[in-house]
Design a protein around this ligand. Structure first.
Ligand SMILES: [Zn+2]
Length: 200
């Protein structure tokens, strides 16, 4: 059976490793690219490599950044005694868009989930502990989703950091389960921030 030329199947295989792109979409994109203007393919390739080379995780907060430390961590006008803890790097930008928060951030990189093999040591918890010890952190606002893993992770962090004199609070349950912070509008988010409750 004659199959597609190897460069096309190779491109399809590479594309299908990306999130949200199944084998059919991957093949469709690959076929589109090989039949489009060369410049189109060159621009995509260049942007891909440029973004990957320029962006790294901030050494302090774990956020996406072009420089070390990131703009949030290096901004003296922000309140460095206040940390908003989020699950994913993209959550930082959702909260920033709402304009309700003037502290700094910490990206956990996931939630504790023993069923999925995610243990505390797989997350950026040690980095958070280090910040609490060295940066004069007074309060951590936990902005994790209100699902089972989010609850378990909040509970774990409360137990870990409250005894060290850090006030641990959690944003009010205004963010629907499963939707993620990126869908929360500004009003919901600012209400959730204001209505945050201290973990006991
Ligand atoms: Zn940072």
């Amino acid at each position: 059976v004659p199959s597609l030329p190897e460069p096309i199947t190779a491109l399809t295989a590479a594309l299908s490793k990306l999130p949200g792109i199944g084998p059919r979409s991957a093949e469709r994109i690959a076929l589109h690219i090989v039949q489009s203007e060369k410049l189109v393919a060159e621009n995509v390739a260049r942007a891909l490599i440029h973004a990957r080379e320029k962006i790294s995780l901030c050494d302090i907060c774990g956020g996406l950044t072009e420089r070390q430390p990131c703009d949030f961590c290096s901004d003296p006008r922000r309140d460095h005694s206040l940390i908003c803890l989020v699950e994913r790097a993209v959550d930082v930008f959702s909260i920033e868009k709402s304009g309700v928060f003037r502290g700094t951030y910490h990206v956990l990189g996931g939630k504790i989930s023993p069923l999925n093999g995610v243990e505390p040591e797989d997350l950026r918890i040690a980095e958070l502990e280090r910040r609490c010890a060295s940066e004069g952190v007074k309060e951590i606002i936990i902005a994790l989703p209100s699902d089972v893993e989010g609850d378990a992770t909040s509970f774990y962090l409360g137990k870990l950091l409250s005894p060290r004199g850090v006030k641990m609070s959690r944003i009010a349950h205004g963010i629907p389960v499963g939707s993620g912070l990126e869908f929360a509008d500004e009003l919901t988010l600012s209400r959730a921030m204001e209505g945050r409750r201290e973990l006991l």
